[in-house]
Design a protein around this ligand. Structure first.
Ligand SMILES: Cc1cc2nc3c(=O)[nH]c(=O)nc-3n(C[C@H](O)[C@H](O)[C@H](O)COP(=O)(O)OP(=O)(O)OC[C@H]3O[C@@H](n4cnc5c(N)ncnc54)[C@H](O)[C@@H]3O)c2cc1C
Length: 458
């Protein structure tokens, strides 16, 4: 346990940082009053195997991937569960949420805990609600699949494929939970065409609020938006129905370029290819060198990788060659597309940080990342770039050597002046559709008990 002043500093409230519900829940670092009674009643609901208090479990379930930000890493550990609840069916959730409400115990939902940037850290202690035991894939229909929140995205894709369909999208962390991806993630393989997980992917959610009755309710279409990327602060996702498309026959195309600008020109054109690719990624050689050795990845070249339909592979190859690139391999499914997915989005950052300490990263967007990026790269000396092609515009990760927080902040301003849109990954507050989330949370979480500390008051 950290000394009290240190704990206070780490979990200090910033101006406006109070839950959107009526009361601030939990005192950082202090035991939640009533936690023992809460645990006894939870045990009556779940049995002893569903109420875990071993130190190692509490530690493990209080962490996520916040340490990928050196700014957040300096604030860790920032909160610790007092108990971990592990239900094995979503029908148990209303009774647990009602119990948390009555005892005023903070409750932080959790899937696989791979969310970046501290979303899943129980900043005010209380209970972590581990949903990985609620993992049944319930039903597949024409264009949709319904599952419990703890089901793995990889299981959903497998079930969809068995029915001749495929997910609209899944993250590069393929084995993570449906609830975690919807409540904490953004997009991934498939987003090139279908956008983020808030762009129509969700057909229906069953939400459990933290109220006296905790009566579950269903939201559909745009009505689901206050619960997507809301870190569970507006309700616990019990089950979700998400969109499927007819399955396509994918292949992985691996290309190498001698320079960044022609590689980005090829990326921009590949994104517009018809039929649409599922994913197009680009990395500088400094990143490629941190990936596992593979003849499809030239460690001295810029690596452009695309998941394309088999019938589109000849057109994609011709396009690459027209821009001066070399196709190193076309590798069929499942291996080729799986490797390309596993190197997308935040995975290059992960590989770089694993290979060498001392890096930080930003999520960046804008077509200014294509072509000549010398001005962008001059903001932080030693910058390396990873790009993802989207029909809605280019996004990516910018990585550079970490000096200190003021340098990062000044750099963000300089990048924005150059036309780069920057998503600040060095904070753990809900930062999308915040007003919608607050409005929902005022109804669904009147005591401010759901993942408290992550939703700033307006
Ligand atoms: C190397 C790396 C690469 C990544 N790549 C991607 C990527 O390609 N795309 C992407 O979107 N993300 C990516 N992520 C982030 C993360 O892995 C994904 O978003 C993942 O799908 C989160 O799922 P999880 O089960 O680990 O969720 P968790 O980390 O357990 O939870 C995420 C958030 O959702 C909340 N939550 C969990 N379950 C529920 C529920 N049932 N109801 C309400 N709230 C809930 C948690 O409280 C937390 O705030 C990456 C992370 C890393 C470390």
């Amino acid at each position: 346990m950290l000394p009290e002043p240190e704990l206070r500093r780490l979990t200090e409230l910033v101006p406006g940082d109070t839950p959107a519900g009526a009361a601030a829940a939990g005192t950082p670092g202090a035991a939640t009053p009533g936690i023992e009674e809460f645990c006894r009643e939870a045990e009556a609901l779940l049995g002893p195997e569903g109420v875990l208090r071993e130190e190692a479990v509490l530690d493990r379930c209080s962490r996520d991937w916040a340490h990928m930000s050196p700014i957040l890493a300096a604030r860790l550990p920032a909160g610790r569960a007092e108990v971990v609840l592990r239900p094995t069916g979503h029908d148990r959730l209303p009774a647990l949420l009602s119990l948390a409400y009555r005892h005023r115990v903070p409750i932080t939902p959790r899937g696989k805990g791979t969310g970046n940037y501290g979303q899943a850290i129980p900043l005010r202690g209380g209970a972590v609600l581990d949903l990985t035991g609620c993992n049944r894939v319930a039903e597949v229909g024409e264009g949709w699949i319904r599952a419990e929140a703890g089901a793995k995205m990889s299981d959903l894709e497998a079930r969809a494929r068995a029915a001749g369909q495929e997910l609209w999208m899944f993250p590069s962390t393929f084995g993570t939970s449906l609830g975690g991806f919807l409540a904490g993630g953004s997009g991934g393989t498939g987003s090139l065409r279908h956008g983020t997980n808030g762009d129509g992917f969700v057909r229906e959610l069953r939400i459990v609020p933290c109220t006296r009755e905790a009566a579950p309710f269903t939201v559909t279409g745009a009505g689901a938006l206050p619960y997507i990327h809301a870190y569970g602060t507006s309700g616990v996702i019990a089950t979700a129905t998400v969109r499927l498309a007819p399955a396509r026959l994918w292949t992985g195309l691996f290309a190498a370029f001698g320079a960044w600008a022609p590689a980005t020109a090829a990326l921009a054109e590949l994104v517009r290819l018809e039929p649409a690719p599922r994913l197009v990624s680009l990395d500088e050689p400094a990143l490629v060198r941190t990936f596992g050795a593979d003849p499809a990845l030239d460690r001295d070249a810029h690596s452009l990788r695309a998941i394309v339909e088999e019938e589109a592979a000849p057109a994609a190859r011709a396009l690459v060659e027209r821009h001066g690139g070399r196709v190193l391999d076309t590798r069929p499914a499942p291996e080729g597309p799986a490797l390309i997915s596993s190197l997308s989005f935040n995975h290059p950052t992960y590989h770089l940080m694993k290979a060498e300490e001392g890096w930080f990263h930003l999520e960046v967007a804008g077509d200014v990342l294509l072509g000549d990026t010398s001005a962008v790269k001059a903001v932080y000396p030693g910058t390396v770039l990873h790009l993802e092609g989207m029909r809605s515009g280019t996004v990516g990760m910018l990585m550079a050597r970490y000096r200190d927080e003021p340098t990062v902040r000044r750099g963000i301003e300089a990048l924005e002046e150059l036309g780069v849109r920057v998503h600040d990954v060095h904070q753990w507050y809900v930062d999308r559709r915040v007003e919608l989330v607050r409005e929902a949370a005022a109804r669904t979480d009147p005591r401010g008990l759901l993942n408290p500390g992550h939703l700033r008051a307006g």
